[in-house]
Structures are given as C-alpha cells and as structure tokens.
Design a protein around this ligand. Structure first.
Ligand code: ATP
Length: 289
C-alpha cells in the first residue's frame, strides 16, 4: 500500500458544561458530542524522501509544524517504526476555528490513516492514548458518534445515537478565541446556569428528540452572547424558523439548529444562504461510523 485517503468528520456539542477549573489550567468538562456529515479529506502518500510535506486547499492554513496533521505524523513517528517520507494533502471543507474541531478531526483521521497505511495494528484505545497528546478533542474524533466526554475530553462514554434529524450550521464571520472564552467564563455557583447533561442522557435513552432538544445548552454562550450579539440573533432566527433547538458549538462562533422536518430545514438553509450571514452555511445530518 503506497497511499491512503481518509475522511475527517466535524463534531458539534449538543450539550456543553464546564464543571471546574483545574490547578493545571485545564477545565473539567461534561459534553455531549455528535459527529456530523461534514468532512475534510486527507490523502497520505509514501515518498522516497525522509521528510513530511503538507499542502491544503486553503492558503491561510499553516503547512508546517503548526498544522495538527504534521503534529500527528511526528507523534506517530516517535511511537512507531516509520522510515519513509510522507506527502499529505488536506482538502478542507470544515470551517476553520469555528468550534467544529476541524483540526482535531484531521489529527484523528491522520493517526487512523497512518495506522492502516503502515499496518501498525494499534487498537482504537491505543490511538486514543496517542491522540490526547495532540488535543482534548482528538480521542473523541477517533471514537465518533454520540458520546459523553468528561475530564478534559479523555474520558469517553458512548451514548445511544441521537435521533435522526437535520442539522443547519451557520458560521458568522467573526473570530472567537477559545482561550479568551474559557478565561472569561464565570463558574460562580450563584450566577451560572449549568446545562442539565443528565436529563439529556435520559432523553437519549428514551429516544425523545423533543425532550432532548429542550435541554440542549452550552455554558460557553454566557461569555460569547455578551460579546457577540450575532450568536443570539442566529439562534433566534433558527428557532423562529422551525428549529427544535439552536445552540453555539464549542467555543463558537458556529451556531447550529436541529430540525426534524426536512422542508423546514431546507427553507431555513435557503434563508441563511441568501442572508448577510451567508458565506459558511451548511445543511447536514448526524454521522455514525
Ligand atoms: P475546537 O472546536 O477543537 O476548539 P476549532 O474548530 O475551533 O477547534 P480548528 O478548526 O481546529 O478550530 O482550528 C483552530 C486553529 O488550529 C486554527 O488557528 C488553525 O490555524 C490551527 N490548525 C492547525 N492545524 C489545523 C488543521 N489541520 N485544520 C484546521 N485548523 C488547524
């Protein structure tokens, strides 16, 4: 085998709670994660040279050690006997720095791809142990599907699949720094609304999408909604247009809406596409590996 092509799927957070700030600076979280059918494609080719070269379809994506794919290759090389050089092309479709874990998804898909290409036989658990060294969301991006993510993201529990639906994504044209959001999050017991993750899990067990949607919440919105009114604005429009629930994913700025009805979802998609929010709007569905 000389080359392999792998797909790297984006995620959304159906529920996101931050439990506490740890002494090492990380935060303990409790999140319900869902893979969606929006993916990058990564082609990995062996070469005669010893080096790793990366290219992509986006001029602003770093092609060097700052790229998470590069970091994944380096980490894999440190752990496995890989001597040949690699030429990797990333075709990015997942919006960058959007709260959709595009970089983590690429890193996870690269680890899986290298494991197949070099027939190194690492188990999913072994790949996940490597993945956490690259980023908190990487183990989940290896596992995929509907899952509860705890700790800093390394404690994963598969959940019953979310009920089938349509997912409308709108990424407003603003940049939000994940670091800024976490630094400005108030976890003061009196004034913080903590999402009810347990009730969301119960609703999944009952396969009740209406109940599930009624509990969807993201604590990080308490920071971003204040700073970026556009997030609330998109949520409001989605709900007025048939969404069962609408939420910011991760630390944003992407907002998504959950629709049961295809016609309503397509109508809302067309509305956002032709609006001033229009550049990065996607209609997709949950994805299960
Ligand atoms: P998360 O939801 O995990 O916080 P995100 O979706 O907000 O992630 P990413 O798309 O992963 O953000 O990008 C975050 C940063 O990582 C960007 O500044 C980008 O330049 C850098 N980066 C490095 N490698 C990649 C990659 N392969 N794809 C996307 N971004 C990458």
């Amino acid at each position: 085998m000389n080359s392999i092509t792998v797909k790297a799927y984006a995620k959304i957070n159906l529920g996101l709670d931050v439990i506490r700030k740890r002494s090492d600076g990380y935060h303990d979280v409790s999140m319900i994660m869902q893979t969606i059918n929006l993916h990058d494609t990564i082609n990995i080719k062996k070469t005669r040279f010893k080096t790793t070269t990366i290219s992509s379809n986006l001029y602003y994506l770093p092609n060097d050690r700052r790229n998470l794919v590069y970091k994944a290759v380096d980490l894999f090389r440190e752990n496995q006997p890989v001597t040949s050089g690699l030429s990797i092309h990333i075709n990015k479709r997942i919006p960058v720095a959007a709260g959709l874990a595009g970089g983590s998804a690429d890193a996870a898909a690269t680890l899986k791809g290298l494991n197949t290409l070099f027939q190194t036989g690492l188990s999913l658990e072994e790949l996940m142990d490597l993945g956490i060294k690259l980023g908190a969301d990487v183990p989940y991006c290896l596992l995929m599907g509907t899952a509860l993510s705890e700790g800093i993201g390394e404690i994963l529990t598969p959940l019953p699949p979310m009920p089938n639906c349509y997912i409308l994504l709108v990424k407003p044209n603003i940049s939000i720094s994940t670091k800024y959001v976490y630094e400005n999050l108030s976890l003061d017991e009196n004034n913080t609304r903590h999402p009810d993750i347990l009730s969301m899990i119960n609703a999944l067990n009952e396969d009740d999408i209406h109940k599930f949607a009624s509990y969807m919440d993201n604590i990080l919105e308490t920071v971003t909604a204040k700073e970026y009114p556009v997030v609330e604005k998109i949520k409001k429009i989605m709900k007025e247009n048939g969404a069962l629930a609408s939420l910011m994913s991760g630390s944003g700025p992407t907002v998504f809406g959950i629709y049961k009805d295809k016609v309503e979802a397509e109508k809302a998609y067309r509305f956002f596409k032709s609006s001033r929010f229009g550049k990065q709007v996607y209609l997709t569905r949950p994805y299960f590996p």
